[in-house]
Design a protein around this ligand. Structure first.
Ligand code: GUN
Length: 277
């Protein structure tokens, strides 16, 4: 029987750790979550981040701005948050409306407060193997693999999806663990041949049940980053029919998702300790 790697269990352990760290601090770390517009998924993610931060006793606020907010206004808000000594972490929920340049917004966030780990300075440090704020979903995946004792040394890891949020930073973290890493994407030729090489297969494409059983190597470890709504159901990027071929897999929901929020709060604490030391 394959092992179900339950991210919510790993997240709970991380929250316990964070509670202990927070109890020893002489200040309360502060997180600001900025959202433009009311895209239902973004509303739900930003609410959850805020709720979990408050549950830990952190100072958290969602700053919800209208969809029409100009780039200049948003950059003005970020400048204020950068300068506010009481703010430790700034997160701007993506995607942003088309009239706002995402790259410019990310670059405006102070790298020391960039709890998403998306600023080019932090991306550079990540790829250089230096200590930094690591992107939350990839860092959460590594934590799940560690928790369940998945050995990465010398293993064939294939990531399907090359986003700046998941695929690319995860490649860097897996390389650091001495995995042999392949990043496949929508233009990859004969994708199934590539994914069948994977001892660790990560699906981060946002297409429901995209990875079918034929694409999976016997005994592979499967990490499912996707979460799509199909009718009433939440569905991952990996067809659950493939779980039977695996040695371990993350379920959807309750797999990678809970770790993303937990790592965000870990990053907020890390940013606070680094900045206020
Ligand atoms: N949208 C989807 N995932 C993320 C994330 O990790 N951070 C932010 N800011 N936006 C997202």
């Amino acid at each position: 029987m394959p092992t179900e790697m339950r991210g919510h269990v790993v997240a709970r352990a991380l929250y316990d750790e964070l509670r202990q760290v927070l109890a020893g601090l002489s200040y309360v770390p502060a997180l600001r979550v900025v959202r433009l517009g009311n895209d239902p998924a973004s509303v739900s993610y930003t609410r959850l981040k805020d709720k979990r931060a408050r549950e830990l006793g952190m100072d958290s606020k969602v700053i919800a701005l209208p969809e029409e907010t100009s780039e200049a206004e948003l950059l003005g808000l970020i400048a204020e948050l950068n300068e506010d000594d009481g703010v430790d972490g700034i997160l701007v929920q993506l995607p942003l409306p088309a009239h706002v340049d995402e790259g410019r917004v990310i670059e405006a966030i102070s790298p020391a407060k960039d709890v998403d780990g998306f600023h080019p300075y932090n991306v550079g440090r990540l790829w250089a193997g230096q200590e930094t704020l690591e992107p939350c979903t990839p860092a959460g995946i590594i934590r799940i693999l560690d928790h369940y004792g998945v050995d990465l040394e010398g293993r064939e890891a294939v990531i399907v999806g090359r986003s700046n949020i998941v695929g690319k930073p995860l490649a860097s973290l897996l390389l650091r663990r001495n995995a042999t890493v392949t990043v496949a994407h929508s233009r990859t030729r004969d994708l199934a041949e590539v994914t069948r090489r994977a001892e660790v297969l990560v699906a981060a494409v946002g297409r429901p049940r995209f990875i079918t059983p034929e694409m999976v190597r016997e005994g592979a470890v499967l990490i499912d980053v996707g979460i799509s709504r199909v009718g009433e159901d939440l569905v991952g990027d990996i067809d659950p029919a493939a779980h039977g071929k695996s040695s371990a897999y993350t379920p959807v929901p309750g797999g990678v998702g809970p770790m993303t929020v937990a790592m965000l709060l870990a990053n907020t604490v890390k940013a606070a300790r680094h900045r206020r030391r």
